[in-house]
Design a protein around this ligand. Sequence first.
Ligand code: 3PG
Length: 210
Amino acid sequence: KQQKLAVLFKSACVIPVLTIDRLDDAIPLARALVAGGVRTLEVTLRTPVAVEAAKAIIANVSDAVVGIGTILNANDLSSAEALGAHFGISPGATPELLKAAAASPLPFAPGIATASELMQALAHGFDLVKFFPAEQSGGIKALRALAGPFPNARFCPTGGIGEANAASWLAEPNVVAVGGSWLCSAADIRSGNWAGITAMSERAMKSLKP
Ligand code: 3PG
């Protein structure tokens, strides 16, 4: 299942982090991203409507590949599985979550920011991890340092990544995709700037996707 996730992330290249406050925004937001060529979406479990929003996207936007983010515990993981998510992502990990994720069929990328956290993830079979918060944890230099002792680890850096630095991250050999909220800011969602989101997505795909 980790191999499946690596293929999925690689083809995604950019994974927008969606924080949806109003259920009515879910479908137009997902359609706007997909229209710009961004199909793989992370719906974060950070708002009361997150689960319903993810379900609505899965049911109505057939080209979207929906993952669930901000999975903090085994319960969140079960919700992600139950709603039919394609994958799960967490900002960090606990022993309980890693154990549950290892036993689950859901492809999963745990969050790590240090060597010890990466070792925990690898010990549970997770060699594709979210590097979070990427810029704040030392940026590309930190990622390169981790590549030394952990040559098999692959990363989806997220946190502080945007139009200006996404290409540099993606040029790292152990980076399979980058995540970030820059394609769908809270302001753009609030104002329903779907055309702007599509345009930004198109631009990102054009310049970043090989
Ligand atoms: C995440 O949860 O992955 C981050 O909040 C996204 O970080 P960004 O807002 O800096 O892109």
